[in-house]
Design a protein around this ligand. Sequence first.
Ligand SMILES: NC(=O)c1ccc[n+]([C@@H]2O[C@H](COP(=O)([O-])OP(=O)(O)OC[C@H]3O[C@@H](n4cnc5c(N)ncnc54)[C@H](O)[C@@H]3O)[C@@H](O)[C@H]2O)c1
Length: 449
Amino acid sequence: MAVISDHWPDIDVTLVDIDKEKIDAWNDRNLSNLPIYEPGLQEVVARNRDKNLFFSTNIKKGIKEADMIFISVNTPTKVSGLGAGYASDLKWVESSARLVAKYSEGYTIIVEKSTVPVKTAELIKEILTECQKDFDSINKNFSVLSSPEFLAEGTAIKDLENPDRVLIGGEDDKSINELKKIYKKWIPEEKILLTNIWSSELSKLIANAFLAQRVSSINSITALCEVTGAEIDEVVRSIGSDKRIGQKFLSPSPGFGGSCFKKDILNLVYLCRFYGLDKVADYWEQVMNINNWQKDRISTLIVHSFFGTLTNKKIVILGFAFKSNTNDIRESPAITIARNLIANGAHIVVNDPKVSKKQIEKELLLKEFEKDIISGGKWNFECDIFSGSKDADAILIITEWEEYTKLNWQKITKLMRKPTWIFDSRKIIPKEKLKKLNINFWQIGTSEN
Ligand SMILES: NC(=O)c1ccc[n+]([C@@H]2O[C@H](COP(=O)([O-])OP(=O)(O)OC[C@H]3O[C@@H](n4cnc5c(N)ncnc54)[C@H](O)[C@@H]3O)[C@@H](O)[C@H]2O)c1
Protein backbone atom coordinates (compact mmCIF):
# COMPACT_ATOMS: atom_id res chain seq x y z
CA MET A 1 0.00 0.00 0.00
CA ALA A 2 2.89 2.32 0.82
CA VAL A 3 4.27 1.69 -2.68
CA ILE A 4 0.90 2.58 -4.23
CA SER A 5 0.92 5.86 -2.26
CA ASP A 6 4.44 6.51 -3.57
CA HIS A 7 3.32 6.20 -7.20
CA TRP A 8 -0.05 7.90 -6.77
CA PRO A 9 0.36 11.21 -4.89
CA ASP A 10 -3.25 12.06 -5.76
CA ILE A 11 -4.71 8.89 -4.21
CA ASP A 12 -5.13 8.80 -0.44
CA VAL A 13 -4.06 5.43 0.93
CA THR A 14 -5.25 4.68 4.47
CA LEU A 15 -4.14 1.55 6.30
CA VAL A 16 -6.54 0.56 9.07
CA ASP A 17 -5.90 -2.14 11.64
CA ILE A 18 -7.60 -3.24 14.85
CA ASP A 19 -4.18 -3.48 16.51
CA LYS A 20 -3.55 -0.06 18.10
CA GLU A 21 0.00 -0.86 19.11
CA LYS A 22 0.85 -1.67 15.49
CA ILE A 23 -0.78 1.51 14.16
CA ASP A 24 1.04 3.60 16.79
CA ALA A 25 4.31 2.03 15.64
CA TRP A 26 3.48 2.82 11.99
CA ASN A 27 2.90 6.44 13.08
CA ASP A 28 6.05 6.59 15.22
CA ARG A 29 8.18 9.66 14.44
CA ASN A 30 11.24 7.46 14.77
CA LEU A 31 11.16 5.40 11.59
CA SER A 32 13.35 2.68 13.06
CA ASN A 33 10.36 1.80 15.27
CA LEU A 34 8.14 0.77 12.32
CA PRO A 35 6.71 -2.68 13.11
CA ILE A 36 8.32 -4.30 10.08
CA TYR A 37 11.97 -4.18 9.08
CA GLU A 38 12.23 -4.23 5.32
CA PRO A 39 15.03 -2.66 3.23
CA GLY A 40 13.72 0.56 1.60
CA LEU A 41 10.45 0.65 3.57
CA GLN A 42 11.43 3.47 5.94
CA GLU A 43 12.22 5.71 2.98
CA VAL A 44 8.85 5.04 1.28
CA VAL A 45 6.97 5.70 4.53
CA ALA A 46 9.02 8.85 5.21
CA ARG A 47 8.20 10.23 1.74
CA ASN A 48 4.45 9.73 1.96
CA ARG A 49 3.25 9.43 5.55
CA ASP A 50 0.71 12.10 6.50
CA LYS A 51 0.68 13.34 2.90
CA ASN A 52 -1.30 10.63 1.12
CA LEU A 53 -0.39 7.64 3.32
CA PHE A 54 -2.19 7.34 6.63
CA PHE A 55 -2.26 4.75 9.41
CA SER A 56 -5.34 4.59 11.60
CA THR A 57 -7.49 2.45 13.88
CA ASN A 58 -10.62 4.25 12.69
CA ILE A 59 -11.91 1.37 10.59
CA LYS A 60 -15.39 2.83 10.18
CA LYS A 61 -14.09 6.08 8.69
CA GLY A 62 -11.51 4.26 6.56
CA ILE A 63 -14.14 2.00 4.99
CA LYS A 64 -16.75 4.74 4.62
CA GLU A 65 -14.41 6.99 2.65
CA ALA A 66 -12.88 4.25 0.48
CA ASP A 67 -13.58 3.61 -3.19
CA MET A 68 -11.38 0.54 -3.17
CA ILE A 69 -10.64 -1.70 -0.17
CA PHE A 70 -7.77 -4.18 -0.03
CA ILE A 71 -8.44 -6.95 2.48
CA SER A 72 -4.95 -7.89 3.66
CA VAL A 73 -5.71 -9.50 7.00
CA ASN A 74 -4.10 -12.62 8.45
CA THR A 75 -5.25 -16.05 7.23
CA PRO A 76 -3.41 -18.49 9.54
CA THR A 77 -3.95 -22.22 9.80
CA LYS A 78 -7.00 -23.21 11.87
CA VAL A 79 -6.05 -24.47 15.31
CA SER A 80 -9.35 -26.11 16.16
CA GLY A 81 -12.54 -27.40 14.55
CA LEU A 82 -13.03 -28.74 11.06
CA GLY A 83 -9.76 -28.79 9.11
CA ALA A 84 -7.66 -27.90 12.18
CA GLY A 85 -3.94 -27.99 11.42
CA TYR A 86 -4.52 -27.63 7.65
CA ALA A 87 -7.33 -25.33 6.55
CA SER A 88 -6.98 -21.54 6.63
CA ASP A 89 -8.86 -19.73 9.33
CA LEU A 90 -10.97 -17.22 7.47
CA LYS A 91 -12.51 -15.53 10.49
CA TRP A 92 -10.52 -12.33 9.99
CA VAL A 93 -11.43 -12.18 6.29
CA GLU A 94 -15.04 -12.76 7.23
CA SER A 95 -15.07 -10.08 9.91
CA SER A 96 -13.44 -7.63 7.48
CA ALA A 97 -16.14 -8.38 4.90
CA ARG A 98 -18.82 -7.74 7.53
CA LEU A 99 -17.22 -4.40 8.43
CA VAL A 100 -17.09 -3.44 4.76
CA ALA A 101 -20.75 -4.41 4.33
CA LYS A 102 -21.68 -2.31 7.33
CA TYR A 103 -19.68 0.86 6.78
CA SER A 104 -19.13 1.19 3.03
CA GLU A 105 -21.07 3.73 1.03
CA GLY A 106 -21.80 3.79 -2.70
CA TYR A 107 -19.86 1.66 -5.17
CA THR A 108 -16.90 -0.10 -3.50
CA ILE A 109 -14.33 -2.41 -5.05
CA ILE A 110 -13.10 -5.07 -2.64
CA VAL A 111 -9.72 -6.57 -3.46
CA GLU A 112 -8.71 -9.83 -1.81
CA LYS A 113 -4.99 -9.35 -1.07
CA SER A 114 -4.72 -11.94 1.69
CA THR A 115 -3.73 -15.43 0.59
CA VAL A 116 -6.95 -17.40 0.72
CA PRO A 117 -8.27 -20.82 -0.27
CA VAL A 118 -10.01 -21.11 -3.60
CA LYS A 119 -13.54 -19.70 -3.59
CA THR A 120 -13.07 -17.32 -0.65
CA ALA A 121 -14.27 -14.51 -2.90
CA GLU A 122 -17.59 -16.34 -2.97
CA LEU A 123 -17.76 -16.14 0.84
CA ILE A 124 -17.00 -12.42 0.72
CA LYS A 125 -19.62 -11.84 -1.97
CA GLU A 126 -22.21 -13.77 0.00
CA ILE A 127 -21.57 -11.76 3.16
CA LEU A 128 -21.75 -8.52 1.22
CA THR A 129 -24.95 -9.47 -0.56
CA GLU A 130 -26.67 -10.77 2.57
CA CYS A 131 -25.63 -7.80 4.70
CA GLN A 132 -26.62 -5.40 1.95
CA LYS A 133 -30.26 -6.35 2.63
CA ASP A 134 -29.90 -5.26 6.27
CA PHE A 135 -28.37 -1.91 5.40
CA ASP A 136 -30.53 -1.00 2.43
CA SER A 137 -31.09 2.57 3.63
CA ILE A 138 -27.77 3.55 2.08
CA ASN A 139 -27.00 2.83 -1.53
CA LYS A 140 -24.29 0.12 -1.55
CA ASN A 141 -22.75 -1.73 -4.48
CA PHE A 142 -19.81 -4.09 -4.41
CA SER A 143 -17.43 -5.73 -6.81
CA VAL A 144 -14.98 -8.38 -5.54
CA LEU A 145 -11.58 -8.98 -7.16
CA SER A 146 -8.67 -11.22 -6.26
CA SER A 147 -5.17 -9.78 -6.48
CA PRO A 148 -2.86 -11.92 -4.37
CA GLU A 149 0.49 -10.56 -3.21
CA PHE A 150 3.66 -12.26 -4.45
CA LEU A 151 6.27 -10.16 -2.65
CA ALA A 152 8.98 -11.88 -0.62
CA GLU A 153 9.93 -10.53 2.78
CA GLY A 154 13.43 -9.07 2.74
CA THR A 155 13.01 -7.84 -0.85
CA ALA A 156 9.41 -6.61 -0.57
CA ILE A 157 9.96 -3.07 -1.87
CA LYS A 158 12.04 -4.27 -4.82
CA ASP A 159 9.45 -6.95 -5.60
CA LEU A 160 6.59 -4.45 -5.46
CA GLU A 161 8.47 -1.92 -7.60
CA ASN A 162 9.41 -4.48 -10.19
CA PRO A 163 7.18 -7.53 -9.93
CA ASP A 164 7.47 -10.50 -12.28
CA ARG A 165 3.71 -10.16 -12.63
CA VAL A 166 0.62 -9.00 -10.83
CA LEU A 167 -2.62 -10.91 -11.00
CA ILE A 168 -6.13 -9.59 -11.17
CA GLY A 169 -8.85 -12.19 -10.94
CA GLY A 170 -12.45 -11.22 -11.47
CA GLU A 171 -15.41 -10.96 -13.79
CA ASP A 172 -16.42 -7.33 -13.60
CA ASP A 173 -14.60 -5.32 -16.30
CA LYS A 174 -15.24 -1.97 -14.65
CA SER A 175 -13.54 -2.89 -11.37
CA ILE A 176 -10.78 -4.85 -13.14
CA ASN A 177 -9.93 -1.74 -15.14
CA GLU A 178 -9.91 0.46 -12.03
CA LEU A 179 -7.37 -1.81 -10.33
CA LYS A 180 -5.38 -2.24 -13.53
CA LYS A 181 -5.15 1.55 -13.84
CA ILE A 182 -3.50 1.72 -10.41
CA TYR A 183 -0.90 -0.96 -11.19
CA LYS A 184 -0.25 0.39 -14.70
CA LYS A 185 1.25 3.57 -13.30
CA TRP A 186 4.52 1.71 -12.73
CA ILE A 187 4.05 -1.86 -13.94
CA PRO A 188 4.17 -2.66 -17.68
CA GLU A 189 0.79 -3.79 -18.96
CA GLU A 190 2.13 -7.15 -20.18
CA LYS A 191 2.98 -8.01 -16.57
CA ILE A 192 -0.61 -7.50 -15.43
CA LEU A 193 -2.26 -10.87 -15.87
CA LEU A 194 -6.03 -11.15 -15.94
CA THR A 195 -7.58 -14.45 -14.90
CA ASN A 196 -10.80 -15.74 -13.49
CA ILE A 197 -11.14 -15.29 -9.74
CA TRP A 198 -10.49 -18.93 -8.79
CA SER A 199 -7.32 -19.18 -10.93
CA SER A 200 -6.03 -16.08 -9.21
CA GLU A 201 -6.69 -17.43 -5.70
CA LEU A 202 -5.25 -20.84 -6.55
CA SER A 203 -2.16 -19.41 -8.32
CA LYS A 204 -0.94 -17.81 -5.11
CA LEU A 205 -1.13 -21.10 -3.20
CA ILE A 206 0.58 -22.95 -6.03
CA ALA A 207 3.36 -20.36 -6.40
CA ASN A 208 4.21 -20.74 -2.71
CA ALA A 209 3.95 -24.54 -2.88
CA PHE A 210 6.40 -24.63 -5.84
CA LEU A 211 8.85 -22.30 -4.10
CA ALA A 212 8.71 -24.29 -0.86
CA GLN A 213 9.11 -27.49 -2.88
CA ARG A 214 12.44 -26.20 -4.26
CA VAL A 215 13.66 -25.49 -0.72
CA SER A 216 12.67 -28.96 0.47
CA SER A 217 14.14 -30.57 -2.65
CA ILE A 218 17.57 -29.01 -2.17
CA ASN A 219 17.46 -29.57 1.60
CA SER A 220 16.79 -33.27 1.09
CA ILE A 221 19.93 -33.39 -1.07
CA THR A 222 22.09 -31.67 1.61
CA ALA A 223 21.81 -34.82 3.70
CA LEU A 224 22.72 -37.01 0.74
CA CYS A 225 25.79 -34.86 0.02
CA GLU A 226 26.92 -35.20 3.64
CA VAL A 227 27.03 -39.00 3.40
CA THR A 228 28.29 -39.44 -0.16
CA GLY A 229 31.13 -36.95 -0.56
CA ALA A 230 29.28 -34.64 -2.93
CA GLU A 231 29.31 -30.89 -2.19
CA ILE A 232 25.96 -29.12 -2.13
CA ASP A 233 27.44 -25.91 -3.63
CA GLU A 234 28.76 -27.85 -6.59
CA VAL A 235 25.45 -29.66 -7.07
CA VAL A 236 23.56 -26.34 -6.86
CA ARG A 237 25.87 -24.72 -9.40
CA SER A 238 25.57 -27.67 -11.73
CA ILE A 239 21.82 -28.04 -11.65
CA GLY A 240 21.13 -24.29 -11.43
CA SER A 241 23.06 -23.68 -14.67
CA ASP A 242 20.36 -25.60 -16.46
CA LYS A 243 18.05 -22.82 -17.65
CA ARG A 244 15.05 -25.06 -17.11
CA ILE A 245 15.93 -25.26 -13.41
CA GLY A 246 17.58 -21.87 -12.72
CA GLN A 247 19.76 -20.70 -9.81
CA LYS A 248 17.14 -19.18 -7.52
CA PHE A 249 15.74 -20.78 -4.38
CA LEU A 250 18.40 -23.47 -4.30
CA SER A 251 20.35 -22.37 -1.22
CA PRO A 252 20.78 -25.05 1.44
CA SER A 253 19.14 -24.08 4.72
CA PRO A 254 17.75 -25.35 8.01
CA GLY A 255 14.32 -25.15 6.38
CA PHE A 256 11.86 -22.58 5.10
CA GLY A 257 9.94 -20.33 7.47
CA GLY A 258 7.89 -17.16 7.36
CA SER A 259 4.19 -16.71 7.74
CA CYS A 260 3.21 -18.07 4.35
CA PHE A 261 4.82 -21.27 3.02
CA LYS A 262 3.71 -23.62 5.77
CA LYS A 263 0.15 -22.37 6.01
CA ASP A 264 -0.27 -22.20 2.24
CA ILE A 265 1.00 -25.75 1.67
CA LEU A 266 -1.17 -27.09 4.48
CA ASN A 267 -4.08 -25.24 2.97
CA LEU A 268 -3.34 -26.77 -0.44
CA VAL A 269 -3.16 -30.22 1.15
CA TYR A 270 -6.53 -29.58 2.81
CA LEU A 271 -8.09 -28.43 -0.45
CA CYS A 272 -6.85 -31.53 -2.28
CA ARG A 273 -8.25 -33.84 0.42
CA PHE A 274 -11.51 -31.88 0.43
CA TYR A 275 -11.87 -32.62 -3.29
CA GLY A 276 -10.94 -36.29 -2.75
CA LEU A 277 -7.47 -35.96 -4.29
CA ASP A 278 -5.58 -37.84 -1.59
CA LYS A 279 -2.55 -38.74 -3.71
CA VAL A 280 -2.09 -35.10 -4.68
CA ALA A 281 -2.44 -34.10 -1.02
CA ASP A 282 0.17 -36.69 0.03
CA TYR A 283 2.55 -35.40 -2.65
CA TRP A 284 2.45 -31.79 -1.40
CA GLU A 285 2.50 -32.82 2.25
CA GLN A 286 5.96 -34.32 1.67
CA VAL A 287 7.28 -30.77 1.13
CA MET A 288 6.26 -30.01 4.72
CA ASN A 289 7.59 -33.33 6.03
CA ILE A 290 11.06 -32.71 4.60
CA ASN A 291 11.05 -29.22 6.09
CA ASN A 292 10.27 -30.58 9.57
CA TRP A 293 12.81 -33.36 9.13
CA GLN A 294 15.59 -30.91 8.22
CA LYS A 295 15.07 -28.90 11.43
CA ASP A 296 14.96 -32.04 13.55
CA ARG A 297 18.03 -33.58 11.98
CA ILE A 298 20.07 -30.44 12.66
CA SER A 299 19.00 -30.36 16.33
CA THR A 300 19.69 -34.09 16.65
CA LEU A 301 23.16 -33.91 15.16
CA ILE A 302 24.03 -31.12 17.60
CA VAL A 303 22.88 -33.26 20.55
CA HIS A 304 24.88 -36.23 19.17
CA SER A 305 27.98 -34.05 18.83
CA PHE A 306 27.84 -33.59 22.61
CA PHE A 307 27.28 -37.30 23.26
CA GLY A 308 23.55 -37.10 23.91
CA THR A 309 23.20 -34.31 26.46
CA LEU A 310 23.28 -30.55 26.35
CA THR A 311 23.01 -30.02 30.10
CA ASN A 312 25.44 -27.25 31.11
CA LYS A 313 26.23 -26.57 27.47
CA LYS A 314 26.08 -23.03 26.18
CA ILE A 315 25.09 -22.75 22.53
CA VAL A 316 25.03 -19.44 20.65
CA ILE A 317 22.42 -19.16 17.91
CA LEU A 318 23.34 -16.62 15.27
CA GLY A 319 20.13 -15.40 13.64
CA PHE A 320 16.55 -15.94 14.69
CA ALA A 321 14.76 -14.39 11.68
CA PHE A 322 13.52 -16.96 9.16
CA LYS A 323 15.85 -15.39 6.60
CA SER A 324 18.11 -12.36 6.33
CA ASN A 325 16.86 -8.79 5.78
CA THR A 326 13.68 -9.28 7.75
CA ASN A 327 12.73 -9.16 11.43
CA ASP A 328 10.02 -11.77 10.87
CA ILE A 329 10.48 -14.88 13.01
CA ARG A 330 7.13 -16.52 12.27
CA GLU A 331 7.75 -20.22 11.57
CA SER A 332 11.49 -19.59 11.63
CA PRO A 333 13.50 -22.85 11.82
CA ALA A 334 15.26 -21.16 14.75
CA ILE A 335 12.15 -21.68 16.88
CA THR A 336 12.02 -25.47 16.52
CA ILE A 337 15.78 -25.87 16.77
CA ALA A 338 16.06 -23.62 19.86
CA ARG A 339 13.14 -25.44 21.51
CA ASN A 340 14.76 -28.82 20.78
CA LEU A 341 18.10 -27.70 22.20
CA ILE A 342 16.48 -26.22 25.32
CA ALA A 343 14.52 -29.48 25.76
CA ASN A 344 17.91 -31.21 25.83
CA GLY A 345 19.08 -28.93 28.65
CA ALA A 346 21.06 -26.33 26.68
CA HIS A 347 21.56 -22.72 27.61
CA ILE A 348 20.85 -20.88 24.36
CA VAL A 349 22.25 -17.43 23.66
CA VAL A 350 20.48 -15.73 20.77
CA ASN A 351 21.85 -12.97 18.59
CA ASP A 352 20.00 -11.32 15.71
CA PRO A 353 20.54 -7.84 14.28
CA LYS A 354 16.83 -7.06 13.80
CA VAL A 355 14.83 -9.38 16.05
CA SER A 356 13.79 -8.32 19.56
CA LYS A 357 13.85 -10.23 22.84
CA LYS A 358 10.07 -9.81 23.12
CA GLN A 359 9.47 -11.58 19.79
CA ILE A 360 11.61 -14.55 20.85
CA GLU A 361 9.93 -14.82 24.25
CA LYS A 362 6.55 -15.04 22.52
CA GLU A 363 7.64 -17.85 20.20
CA LEU A 364 9.67 -19.91 22.69
CA LEU A 365 6.95 -19.59 25.35
CA LEU A 366 9.75 -19.10 27.86
CA LYS A 367 10.87 -15.82 29.41
CA GLU A 368 14.49 -14.78 29.04
CA PHE A 369 16.61 -16.64 31.66
CA GLU A 370 13.57 -18.62 32.86
CA LYS A 371 14.46 -22.30 33.27
CA ASP A 372 12.48 -24.96 31.42
CA ILE A 373 10.91 -26.92 34.28
CA ILE A 374 11.74 -30.32 32.83
CA SER A 375 15.16 -29.95 31.19
CA GLY A 376 16.57 -26.97 33.07
CA GLY A 377 17.45 -25.41 29.68
CA LYS A 378 17.08 -21.65 29.22
CA TRP A 379 17.80 -18.85 26.78
CA ASN A 380 18.90 -15.24 26.73
CA PHE A 381 19.49 -12.53 24.18
CA GLU A 382 22.91 -11.04 23.49
CA CYS A 383 23.60 -8.09 21.18
CA ASP A 384 27.35 -8.58 21.31
CA ILE A 385 28.49 -11.82 19.64
CA PHE A 386 31.84 -11.72 21.44
CA SER A 387 30.34 -11.50 24.97
CA GLY A 388 27.78 -14.13 23.99
CA SER A 389 30.49 -16.51 22.83
CA LYS A 390 32.47 -16.34 26.06
CA ASP A 391 32.69 -19.90 27.43
CA ALA A 392 30.21 -21.13 24.82
CA ASP A 393 30.51 -24.75 23.70
CA ALA A 394 28.99 -24.22 20.28
CA ILE A 395 27.83 -21.65 17.77
CA LEU A 396 25.01 -22.44 15.37
CA ILE A 397 24.35 -20.21 12.37
CA ILE A 398 20.67 -20.22 11.47
CA THR A 399 20.11 -16.97 9.52
CA GLU A 400 22.32 -15.93 6.62
CA TRP A 401 22.77 -12.29 7.75
CA GLU A 402 25.64 -10.75 5.82
CA GLU A 403 27.42 -9.67 9.00
CA TYR A 404 27.77 -13.33 10.04
CA THR A 405 29.80 -14.00 6.89
CA LYS A 406 32.44 -11.52 8.04
CA LEU A 407 33.02 -12.59 11.64
CA ASN A 408 36.49 -12.94 13.09
CA TRP A 409 36.33 -16.65 13.88
CA GLN A 410 39.81 -16.78 15.30
CA LYS A 411 38.90 -14.19 17.93
CA ILE A 412 35.50 -15.77 18.65
CA THR A 413 36.63 -19.37 18.99
CA LYS A 414 39.42 -18.31 21.37
CA LEU A 415 36.71 -17.17 23.81
CA MET A 416 34.89 -20.51 23.66
CA ARG A 417 35.23 -23.68 25.75
CA LYS A 418 36.89 -26.81 24.41
CA PRO A 419 35.79 -28.97 22.67
CA THR A 420 34.50 -26.17 20.48
CA TRP A 421 31.85 -26.71 17.83
CA ILE A 422 30.68 -24.48 14.99
CA PHE A 423 27.53 -25.56 13.12
CA ASP A 424 26.84 -23.71 9.89
CA SER A 425 23.34 -24.54 8.67
CA ARG A 426 23.52 -21.99 5.82
CA LYS A 427 26.95 -22.77 4.41
CA ILE A 428 28.10 -19.17 4.74
CA ILE A 429 31.50 -19.59 6.39
CA PRO A 430 34.49 -20.34 4.17
CA LYS A 431 35.49 -23.78 5.41
CA GLU A 432 39.24 -23.14 4.85
CA LYS A 433 39.19 -20.38 7.47
CA LEU A 434 37.82 -22.68 10.18
CA LYS A 435 39.98 -25.65 9.27
CA LYS A 436 43.06 -23.81 10.57
CA LEU A 437 41.50 -23.16 13.98
CA ASN A 438 41.61 -26.69 15.32
CA ILE A 439 37.93 -26.84 16.24
CA ASN A 440 35.03 -29.11 15.30
CA PHE A 441 33.09 -27.82 12.34
CA TRP A 442 29.85 -29.05 10.76
CA GLN A 443 28.55 -27.46 7.62
CA ILE A 444 25.34 -28.29 5.81
CA GLY A 445 25.68 -30.28 2.58
CA THR A 446 29.35 -31.15 2.86
CA SER A 447 30.89 -34.53 3.64
CA GLU A 448 34.01 -33.14 5.30
CA ASN A 449 32.27 -32.83 8.65
N1 LIG B 1 3.89 -11.44 4.97
C1 LIG B 1 4.12 -11.68 3.69
O1 LIG B 1 5.24 -11.66 3.21
C2 LIG B 1 2.98 -11.98 2.74
C3 LIG B 1 3.25 -12.08 1.36
C4 LIG B 1 2.21 -12.37 0.50
C5 LIG B 1 0.93 -12.58 1.02
N2 LIG B 1 0.72 -12.51 2.35
C6 LIG B 1 -0.63 -12.75 2.86
O2 LIG B 1 -1.15 -11.51 3.34
C7 LIG B 1 -2.01 -11.76 4.46
C8 LIG B 1 -1.54 -10.94 5.65
O3 LIG B 1 -0.23 -11.37 5.99
P1 LIG B 1 0.65 -10.60 7.07
O4 LIG B 1 1.93 -11.30 7.15
O5 LIG B 1 0.63 -9.13 6.76
O6 LIG B 1 -0.26 -10.86 8.39
P2 LIG B 1 -0.18 -10.11 9.79
O7 LIG B 1 -0.78 -11.06 10.78
O8 LIG B 1 1.20 -9.60 10.02
O9 LIG B 1 -1.12 -8.84 9.63
C9 LIG B 1 -2.50 -8.92 9.49
C10 LIG B 1 -3.13 -7.72 10.21
O10 LIG B 1 -4.55 -7.74 9.99
C11 LIG B 1 -5.15 -7.13 11.13
N3 LIG B 1 -6.58 -7.45 11.17
C12 LIG B 1 -7.16 -8.65 11.40
N4 LIG B 1 -8.51 -8.53 11.32
C13 LIG B 1 -8.78 -7.24 11.05
C14 LIG B 1 -9.98 -6.48 10.85
N5 LIG B 1 -11.17 -7.08 10.87
N6 LIG B 1 -9.87 -5.18 10.59
C15 LIG B 1 -8.67 -4.58 10.54
N7 LIG B 1 -7.49 -5.22 10.71
C16 LIG B 1 -7.55 -6.52 10.96
C17 LIG B 1 -4.36 -7.72 12.28
O11 LIG B 1 -4.51 -6.95 13.44
C18 LIG B 1 -2.94 -7.72 11.73
O12 LIG B 1 -2.22 -6.57 12.11
C19 LIG B 1 -1.99 -13.26 4.70
O13 LIG B 1 -3.08 -13.84 4.04
C20 LIG B 1 -0.70 -13.69 4.03
O14 LIG B 1 -0.74 -15.03 3.61
C21 LIG B 1 1.71 -12.18 3.23
